[in-house]
Design a protein around this ligand. Structure first.
Ligand code: HSC
Ligand code: NAD
Length: 309
């Protein structure tokens, strides 16, 4: 069920803006991003269905969400344990899981996709859901690097399609990039901005340009660090220490790469390399290719640039 509200948008003087109030959210992809988005949406009162093709991943995601929320409750409700327990119960009741995206989108206001960073796979998913979701349902992708316009092209709801780019770990990082394509309607864009606000996030408005704002600047930095290491100009440990202590970053580029996932990083690089074959920045990285070929995807598999076991 969708609700429409009218409100006066700050900065737009007297123009009334309509937006869909998002109550029911379907999040597709139960990996690190999908689980994080589900946690935040459920704990801010949204009815969330988390979907993955793999049931074990969904069970692990729910366990992770519960564990994270217990930590939050312990800290935030230290002197009100009963209120904390109620908050936890409510949030967990807001989460359900499914392996069948097609059946759950029928009652949803918003689909947020956080599956593998591959254009064809995302297009296939959205193309199928477009035929099943109600007309009012907004589709959004959490892609790191792909064009929202390209992903949306598999659907007939270009006006109700945008980008919601969250940051890892979602419960901690305060930003959401809200991306409008040239076809995204103002109502859809305002609905996505409002949803981000409801999640307690700060949003920035982005055009559908490669990497939006953050990754357009972050990618060259991380890739330059990998090249520096490959040339032997610095050890990964020293590069990480240098950026943490020299720039005040919470993680160095290799720690951050392991945290993001080297499989995802390679998908991003390969995609940009295909689109920009003459740009040496996206040339194949031997080190990255080797780690990914060995299944060393970073923190999530227990080893990447560093070992976590
Ligand atoms: C080549 C391509 C490369 C580009 C890749 C792009 C990828 C993508 O598109 C964009 C990104 O996301 S870019 C990536 C953007 N991301 C970054 O840049 C991240 C950079 N790293 C950081 O900001 C920090 O190291 C962390 C926040 C991860 C950990 O903080 P710390 O101080 O070292 O350790 P701490 O003291 O343990 O934790 C502090 C608090 O956080 C809480 N918590 C932790 N993990 C949690 C989780 N999974 N869940 C929930 N909560 C979690 C914890 O409970 C604690 O809460 P409290 O209430 O204070 O008790
Ligand atoms: N990792 C990050 O730091 C980060 C940050 C921002 C955005 N992103 C983007 O978010 C997306 C997901 O990244 P992640 O790190 O959570 O990946 P992940 O590998 O942790 O999770 C992806 C999940 O999607 C599932 N999946 C794959 N195809 C599916 C399908 N057709 N239907 C349902 N589920 C499917 C997989 O089983 C897996 O559980 C990617 O587009 C990535 O670029 C990642």
């Amino acid at each position: 069920m969708a609700f429409f509200t009218h409100h006066i948008c700050r900065g737009l003087s007297s123009s009334a803006v309509r937006h869909v109030v998002i109550k029911n959210v379907t999040i597709i992809g139960g990996g690190q991003m999908g689980a994080g988005i589900a946690q935040v949406a459920a704990s801010t009162g949204h009815a969330v269905t988390l979907v993955d093709t793999n049931e074990d991943i969904l069970k692990k995601a729910v366990k992770g969400i519960e564990g994270n929320l217990k930590r939050v409750v312990k800290k935030k409700f230290a002197d009100k344990p009963e209120a904390g327990e109620e908050f936890l119960q409510k949030a967990m009741q807001n989460v359900s899981i499914s392996t069948d995206a097609g059946s759950v989108v029928q009652g949803t206001d918003l689909v947020v996709e956080a599956i593998v960073e591959n254009l064809k796979v995302k297009q296939d998913l959205f193309g199928g859901l477009d035929k099943l979701a109600p007309a009012h349902t907004i589709f959004a992708s959490n892609t790191s690097s792909l064009s929202i316009t390209d992903i949306a092209s598999s659907t007939n709801r270009l006006d109700r399609f945008g980008g919601l780019h969250f940051f890892n770990p979602v419960p901690v990082m305060r930003l959401v990039e809200v991306i409008a394509t040239s076809s995204t309607s103002q109502e859809t864009f305002d609905s996505l901005l409002n949803f981000s606000k409801m999640l307690g996030k700060t949003s920035v408005s982005c055009k559908d340009t490669p990497g939006f704002i953050v990754n357009r600047l972050l990618l060259p930095y991380i890739l330059d660090a990998v090249r520096m290491y490959e040339r032997g100009d610095g050890s990964k440990e020293d590069i990480d220490i240098a950026m943490k202590l020299g720039c005040g970053y919470p993680m160095g580029p290799f720690e951050l790469s392991d945290y993001v996932g080297l499989d995802t990083m390679k998908f991003i690089m390969d995609g940009w390399s295909a689109a920009n074959p003459d740009n040496p920045m996206f040339a194949q990285s031997e080190v990255l290719n080797k780690l990914v070929a060995e299944g060393k995807f970073g923190k999530k598999t227990g080893e990447g640039f560093y070992k976590y076991k």
